[in-house]
Every structure is written in C-alpha cells, then in structure tokens.
Design a protein around this ligand. Structure first.
Ligand code: NDP
Length: 271
C-alpha cells in the first residue's frame, strides 16, 4: 500500500485525509493517507524520515509551504512563481514540488460557470494563497488581474514577477473606483471574522464574489456580497477539494470525481 501524508502545524483541522481516502476508494487506488503534525523546526527531518520509510508523497500546509519548496530537487512552473509548494512527490531519490491551489481555484470557478477569459479580476491578498493562484488565473486570459493588499508593497513586489502580463497592483481606495467581474478574497481576514475594505459600490449584480476561506457560516466578505445581491457568492470549499484532486492526479495519474466528496464535506461543515 502506497503511503501519503499531509504535514502542517496545526493539522487536526485538515480535511485532506478524508478527501484523499474518499478519492482512493472511488478510483480503487490502494493508498493510505494520514495527517502528521511537524514541529516548526522539525519539518525537514520528518519528511526525510517518511521518504526513508518508503512514503510516496505528501501535501504540505501552513506553515511549511516555503520550507517544502526549499527541499525540492525539481519544481513545477506554478511552484516557482508562487514561491511555495503544497504537493511533494518522492521518486527515485528525488523530491518534486508542485502547488495545486491555483488549479483547484480555477477548476472550481469553471465548475460554477464563471467566465475567466476576458474578465476583470480583483484578487485581494498577497500571501501564499494569493501567490499560488496568479499564474493559473493569468493562464485563463483575463483582461486584467488587479492585486490589492493591506500591505501594498507585497502586491507590488508580486506584480514585478509577471512583466508583460495583464496584471497590476493598486491600493484599496483606487480599486474601489474600478469595475470588476470577479472579486477573489485570498486574505485570511475571514478566519478571524473580519471583512476586507472593499466598497459596496464595487459589488453589483454582475460581480462574482469568491472567498478562499470556508466554514459553516459565510465570511464577512461573502455576507456583504450576499446582501449586495452579487451575481454569485462562492466559498473556498470547492477549491480545497480541487487542489486535493490535482495532487491525487499528480501522484496516481487518475483524476478523481470531486462532486460527491464536496457534497459530503459541505454536509459535515453544516452540521
Ligand atoms: P498568509 O498568512 O500567507 O497571507 C494572509 C493574507 O491575508 C495577507 O495578504 C494579509 O495581508 C491578509 N490579511 C490578513 N488579515 C487581514 C485583515 N484583517 N485585513 C486585510 N487583509 C488581511 O495566508 P494564506 O495566503 O496562506 O491564506 C489566506 C487564506 O486562504 C486563509 O484563510 C486560508 O485558509 C485560505 N486558503 C484556502 C485554500 C482553499 O483550498 N480553499 C487554500 C489556501 C489558502 P498583509 O500582507 O498585509 O499581512
């Protein structure tokens, strides 16, 4: 039986073992997938020990995504741009790193029939989650991808990586004067019940509002979007399942069906 792990700290909350075990059952793959906490300074040793035991791959969540990247012998283009890795594959003594969050997001948007080609997208945030989705979003040919962040310098630094691409950084007050088709909240503000400084004028019945954060209740951003009757209001649960599906595909070469797993997770979340 091939063995996989997800590393994080904390890790108890991780839905990855549930998701991958369901994928394995549905696709008849003989794998074991567990979660493992790592000490802040013990991540590398833990991964090395797992490789030694014959582990085939691992997912990596906060706060180890950058450390995971530093351990890799080879990186995907997505991982190089995002500066972080959420999927490690161990093969022939080498570690391959990829990040699947962006593909998970794009696939979730597509599954909600959100048109990305030619769209004006506002991405809020400049942390690991935002960085991981920029290249996959640009690959969908948006008209413009605008980045805003509480610390604007971080957004401006990211934009420098993508010369020649339709991407720019601006302040919240500038963004509040523009029109967007899609607004994606990639900040962790919602986790602490906080909103983001987006003006109500920016959200109209033509705006798709997406928050990467998910939970039993709508985040303050999605609550605001609902009250303003946004075109669509979507949380990040589908992205979570989508990024897992992409990791599973990288490891097993099989694309799992995601809808059942998503429905089951949604049920569990709402209990
Ligand atoms: P980071 O800690 O790397 O980045 C946090 C970001 O949020 C920064 O841009 C930060 O701004 C901003 N921020 C935090 N608090 C506030 C606030 N009160 N007001 C405005 N901006 C704020 O986190 P990640 O990028 O890794 O994760 C961001 C969110 O995305 C998390 O909620 C995470 O759970 C979610 N996520 C969901 C995934 C999914 O599959 N659905 C996958 C990955 C992440 P500043 O730079 O100024 O500090």
């Amino acid at each position: 039986m091939d063995k996989y792990l997800v590393y994080g700290n904390p890790i108890k909350q991780s839905k990855s073992p549930f998701i991958h075990t369901a994928f394995a059952k549905d696709t008849h793959q003989d794998i074991e997938y567990k979660s493992q906490i790592a000490d802040p300074d013990g991540f590398e040793k833990a991964v090395e020990a797992f490789i030694h035991e014959g582990g085939k791959g691992a997912n990596v969540t906060a706060p180890f995504k950058e450390q995971a990247m530093a351990m890799c012998d080879e990186l995907s283009e997505h991982a190089k741009y995002s500066g972080a890795v959420n999927t490690l594959t161990f093969n022939n003594g080498k570690i391959y790193g990829d990040t699947t969050d962006g593909v998970g997001l794009v696939n979730d948007l597509i599954s909600h029939q959100v048109q990305l080609d030619g769209s004006r997208i506002l991405l809020i945030g400049a942390g690991g989650a935002a960085k991981g989705v920029i290249l996959p979003l640009l690959n969908q040919n948006p008209k413009q991808l605008t980045l805003v962040n509480r610390t604007i310098l971080k957004a401006e630094d990211i934009v420098l990586q993508y010369s020649g691409q339709p991407i720019k950084a601006m302040s919240f007050s500038e963004a509040n004067e523009q029109v967007f088709d899609i607004i994606i909240n990639a900040t962790s503000a919602g986790l602490s019940g906080e909103g983001v400084p987006i003006s109500s004028a920016v959200i109209t019945s033509n705006t798709v509002c997406y928050d990467m954060t998910y939970g039993k209740h709508l985040t303050p951003f999605l609550q605001m979007a609902t009250e303003l009757k946004a075109k669509q209001v979507i949380d990040g649960l589908g992205m979570l399942v989508g990024q897992a599906a992409e990791s599973f595909y990288l490891w097993r070469g099989v694309r799992p069906e995601t809808q059942n797993v998503l429905n089951n997770l949604r049920k569990e979340l709402n209990q």
